[in-house]
Design a protein around this ligand. Structure first.
Ligand SMILES: C[S@@+](CC[C@H](N)C(=O)[O-])C[C@H]1O[C@@H](n2cnc3c(N)ncnc32)[C@H](O)[C@@H]1O
Length: 351
């Protein structure tokens, strides 16, 4: 039995069933046995592949977006370039390489701050980016000041709670023990609104707290934030909590700490939290629409024009993975939040 499972069973035996947010934060973030604390899960040989790991073009286009945001901020001579959950540091490395060439004033003004809890991934980030960045355990530790913030597949890793309607009443969903196995079940009654019998509704106070804190920062200092994640544009009931191991879905109570646990981001709730913090949040786009508007196709064509036939096929495949409707293109969404009065960031539309 994985050590974390033994520990979780002990806690449940002693204290009773635990809420999903506690289960999820133990699985992902337990200091010794948490999923992210013990491994680098990214890549074809790991558990999942993220957009920056698919192609350098993803980071290049995010870099172009960041330079435009810096222009709208009045080109401050010093600002914080912040990334939440930077994985292997690939996205930031691609952004920095792009801006050093295309916008050296931006590159000179940027102080890089990485928010990362995993010691394993911090080491990878150091290998990719050197000692230049500052590392922090949470967003609140990033110093105050003008800021451009990027978060790709960060919010989906923050814990969620679920409530389920049974017998006309809402109950917290919990992880308990039944016949010696970890199982999902119903916990204490909790408040909830309308909903059909059997409906499951997710809510994510931790995600919203981070978005509110970022919103507050954007209200106090000029800046912009770009959040990319898989999720839905409109809040809707549904259980989206999932566990993934070696590119396959497994039950969420199987092998805690050994599988990645995520849930879809509710972009409407996230936008509301940015606004509650004091920022403007613009209606989210699909990753496909965002990347196409940022010049995905011409950039890939440029790379293909000087590539061998074989590499051209690989480049085409990468572009498809990022933007095709059946791949990451529609499942992933992109949300921008800005300081009030900064204006609409391209390519986002008006509410
Ligand atoms: C799915 S990976 C995404 C990595 C990277 N952004 C990419 O696109 O390749 C999630 C990242 O968030 C980090 N992370 C997870 N929970 C975190 C938390 N509560 N605070 C800070 N970082 C966290 C993980 O260690 C990892 O770097």
């Amino acid at each position: 039995m994985p050590p974390l499972e033994a520990l979780i069973r002990e806690v449940i035996a002693g204290e009773g069933p635990m809420r999903l947010d506690r289960y999820m934060s133990l699985c992902l973030g337990h200091p010794l046995h948490g999923y992210y604390m013990t491994r680098d899960p990214l890549g074809e040989r790991g558990d999942f592949v993220t957009a920056p790991e698919v192609s350098q073009v993803f980071g290049e286009l995010v870099g172009v977006w960041a330079v435009a945001a810096w222009g709208a901020m009045g080109r401050p001579a010093a600002f914080h370039l912040v990334e939440l959950g930077p994985g292997r540091g690939t996205l930031m490395a691609d952004i920095l390489r792009t801006v050093r060439k295309a916008a050296p004033d931006f590159a000179a003004a940027a102080a890089v701050h990485l928010v990362e809890t995993s010691p394993v991934l911090r080491d990878k980030q150091k290998a990719a980016l050197g000692e230049g960045p500052s590392w922090h355990g949470q967003f609140e530790a990033v110093p105050e000041g003008p800021m451009i913030l990027i978060a790709n597949e960060f919010f989906d890793a923050l814990p969620v709670r679920q409530r389920e309607k049974r017998g006309g009443r809402w109950h917290e969903r919990v992880v308990g023990l039944e016949n010696g196995r970890l199982v999902l079940g119903l916990g204490p009654e909790v408040p909830g609104g309308e909903g059909a019998e059997g409906a499951i509704v997710e809510f994510a106070p931790e995600r919203e707290a981070v978005a509110r804190a970022i919103g507050g920062r954007l209200a106090r200092h000029a800046g912009a934030a770009l959040v990319i994640d898989y999720g839905h544009l409109v809040s809707a009931p549904g259980d989206t909590l999932q566990a993934m191991r070696r590119h396959r879905f497994v039950p969420v109570t199987e092998a805690p700490g050994e599988a990645d646990l995520t849930s879809h981001v509710d972009f409407a709730a996230l936008a509301k939290a940015f606004r509650a913090g004091g920022a403007e949040a613009w209606p989210a786009l699909t990753q496909r629409d965002f990347l196409l508007a940022m010049g995905l196709v011409p950039r890939f064509e440029q790379l293909a024009s000087r590539a061998t036939l074989e590499t051209r096929a690989t480049l085409h495949r990468q572009m498809e993975r990022l933007a095709a409707e059946k791949e990451m293109g529609n499942l992933f969404k992109v949300l921008a939040a800005t300081s009030p009065g900064l204006g609409m960031p391209y390519p986002f539309g008006r509410p």
